[in-house]
Design a binder for this molecule. Sequence first.
Ligand SMILES: [Zn+2]
Length: 58
Amino acid sequence: MTHLFKCARCGKYTLHDDACPICGGHVKDPQPARFSVQDKYGEYRRRAKRGSGKVPAA
Ligand SMILES: [Zn+2]
């Protein structure tokens, strides 16, 4: 999967990760959801681990 960046100034997508080749504006990652997915998986794994493990009923 090609990683695309989005210019914060003109909104164009670019492969450049430092600056927009069109307007020279700052580019940012348009898909921060990747981190959320990673987080979700981590939470799911943690929950599954906790659920499968023996949890002493208080
Ligand atoms: Zn731009």
